[in-house]
Design a protein around this ligand. Sequence first.
Ligand code: HEM
Length: 228
Amino acid sequence: MLQHDEGHELEVLRYRKRPRIVHAILASSFLLLLLSGLVILWPALSGIAAGGFTRWLHRVAAIGFMSVPFVYWIADREGAKELMVDSFKYDRDDWRWLKRIWSYLFGHAANMPKQGRLNAGQKLHHAAVMLLSASIVITGLAMWFFMPSLGATGQAWAAVIHDISMLALTLLLIGHLYFTFVYKAISGMTTGYVHEVDARLEHAKWVEELEEEAAVEADSESTPTPAI
Ligand code: HEM
């Protein structure tokens, strides 16, 4: 959807309310998992972990984190499906875009191949988030409920895979935040809208599709209904 804001700049609806709420649950539960996990893991912080509160908090955050796919599915099935499919589907422009990813890293996206609703970098990020989250959840549940039956080697493997997946997701988050601010995308998750100029820089094909839809809609509204 395209609309003018109060300053009369053209804005594009990027995320409706429900996916924004899902993203807020994902971001806050992940940050809580990260902080409580660091307290459990890091000997220097063991003083804070005493008394079992941190372990309890880590499990509460884990429940929030695991609820995300279910909440997304219930709240916005079409959006959830779109995210799943788009994150793993790459066209010729995506591969051409990835070859020039250095330009994007330094904030120069203007002359890169046109991208759809998600650019190829976002597709890779979102796909990695899904795979790493699955790894964190599987190993986390194994350590939570099946610790005795894992044996010493199983416990060590579960812990190593859990921690490495969490580290990888944290490094991805740093990149995610960097691109959010470089390409002025934050309002997409706060108000839901981004400026058309910013959207076109990263998602030109998608903005063109929205413009075509808006033109068809305007056309059908202006065509008089034949009198019967
Ligand atoms: C904590 C601060 C965070 C901020 C400021 C932030 C910001 C954003 C923004 C602005 C978008 C929309 C980008 C676009 O225009 O498409 C987005 C999307 C997304 N972010 Fe984050 N994010 C944060 C944390 C996280 C975390 C921790 C994860 C994963 C563990 C994550 C995963 C995602 C995913 C999967 C999407 C796509 C959402 C969808 O299509 O429904 N984000 N984020």
